[in-house]
Design a protein. Structure first.
Length: 433
């Protein structure tokens, strides 16, 4: 099943395949560090979740409408009272409501517009407006709650409403917030089985099941806060994507020595999915241009994603055979080293790099040129290179290690070739003699 809900087509599979009626307790894997009491608690929780009734499409819509109405009520109540006590003109109220409706899909835009209108009508100082703008930046419920709190604050500080009515208004707002939370919680509780069923499918990656479930629950809560019943999808269909994204991000973070930003992880996940699909369709490994076309990217962008997929390399990796005392770490500069050998070693390294540089991938060439100052004589730090290439400092270090390893292999091949040539020359000389 595919859904045009996330700004792109998301392949989410069949919802029923995740909704197992009975959770298979015997398939549960626990953390090695889990105590008996922890396992008992988790098992008990899993059994309680298995008893939750699934919601029909109609029940999901009813809950979503309850959430929507409860979330809208505080702002509606405040605007009504502000007009009644003449802190807000009916015209300005209409303008505010219009802005909220026009920016329904962009809560941050609505927040910015509301602040602008309040400021123009002298309900907010410029300083306070700038302060609140930072709070509504994330958008969504956070932006709405910030605006409600500020409007309530404006009303409380004024003398136009009796204290008793202020308390009643605050109580009504609190009741509405509790109702929204209760309805959202009901939606989440009814879909916890979905999280467990998905988490079980991702066992076996050195991440305890309880951690996978916890991250999946976070994804489920995000789905509940963003769900729009008007799109026509069941909530469970929509939630699968959020749950899987949360779990996969956790697996990726646990499996990597170097942490990557979430947007890069998302790119890599999409790349892996397309790559697997093309392998099945073509019955061979796809070329980079074919992958680029499927992803609607350039070949260079595909190559960049491939560099992120590279495994981390141990600094203790031998440079030649296992008997060699030299390791990859020996090629990394020690800033504490001093003495006469330093400049000589730098010259040798720079000469070696310059000799074989063209044989390296373009990105690794760039890193080494900047790192050894081959272009302008000025050596750049890992941080400076990272800023220039828009990658992390750790990623630059990994690229440098990869490049130096390639150079070492090239140098080794050249040395072996020269040795073979010299041996042949000596043999020929001996025969001639």
């Amino acid at each position: 099943m595919e859904a045009e809900y996330f700004g792109e087509t998301a392949n989410i599979g069949n919802v029923e395949s995740y909704m197992d009626p009975a959770f298979p307790m015997e398939e549960t894997e626990y953390s090695e560090n889990s105590k008996g009491s922890d396992r008992t608690a988790l098992t008990s929780w899993l059994r309680s979740v298995a008893g939750h009734r699934l919601l029909s499409r109609e029940e999901e819509v009813e809950l979503a409408k309850r959430i929507e109405a409860a979330e809208a009520q505080p702002l509606d109540e405040l605007l009504e009272v502000l007009v009644k006590v003449e802190l807000l003109s009916p015209k300005v109220k209409v303008e505010l409501v219009k802005q909220i409706g026009a920016n329904e899909d962009e809560p941050r835009e609505a927040g910015d517009e509301l602040l602008e209108i309040l400021s123009k009508n002298n309900l907010l100082s410029l300083e306070r407006k700038e302060e609140l703008a930072k709070q509504v930046k994330p958008g969504g419920n956070a932006a709405r709650n910030t605006l409600v709190d500020e409007l309530l604050n404006i009303l409380v500080q004024s003398d136009t409403l009796p204290d008793e009515q202020k308390r009643e208004l605050a109580e009504r707002i609190e009741v509405a917030e509790i109702e929204a939370h209760s309805a959202r919680d009901e939606l989440v509780q009814a879909n916890l089985r979905l999280v467990i069923s998905i988490a079980v499918k991702y066992q076996g990656h050195n991440v305890p099941l309880e951690d996978l479930i916890q991250e999946g629950n976070i994804g489920l809560i995000k789905a509940a806060s963003k769900f729009d019943y008007r799109k026509g999808f069941k909530f469970s269909t929509y939630a699968i994507w959020w749950i899987k994204q949360a779990i996969m991000r956790t697996l990726d973070n646990f499996s990597r020595s170097i942490r990557l930003p979430s947007y890069i992880v998302a790119k890599m996940n999409k790349f892996d999915s397309i790559y697997a699909t093309l392998c099945q369709e073509l019955q061979r490994e796809p070329r980079r241009d074919e992958i680029a076309e499927a992803l609607d990217l350039t070949v260079n962008q595909v190559e960049e994603i491939l560099t992120f997929n590279a495994d981390a390399i141990s600094m203790d990796l031998p440079l030649s055979d296992e008997r060699s005392a030299s390791t990859l770490g020996d090629l990394i500069e020690d800033p504490t080293t001093s003495g006469e050998d330093g400049p000589i070693a730098e010259l040798i390294n720079a000469d070696l790099i310059a000799q074989f540089l063209d044989k390296l991938p373009e990105r690794e060439q760039t890193v080494l040129r900047m790192r050894f100052g081959l272009e302008d004589g000025e050596r750049k730090t890992l941080r400076e290179i990272g800023v220039a290439l828009k990658v992390t400092r750790e990623r630059v270090r990994q690229l440098e290690i990869d490049a130096l390893k390639r150079l070492n292999n090239l140098y080794k091949e050249m040395s072996e070739f020269q040795y073979e040539e010299m041996s042949e020359f000596r043999s020929a000389s001996s025969r001639a003699a």
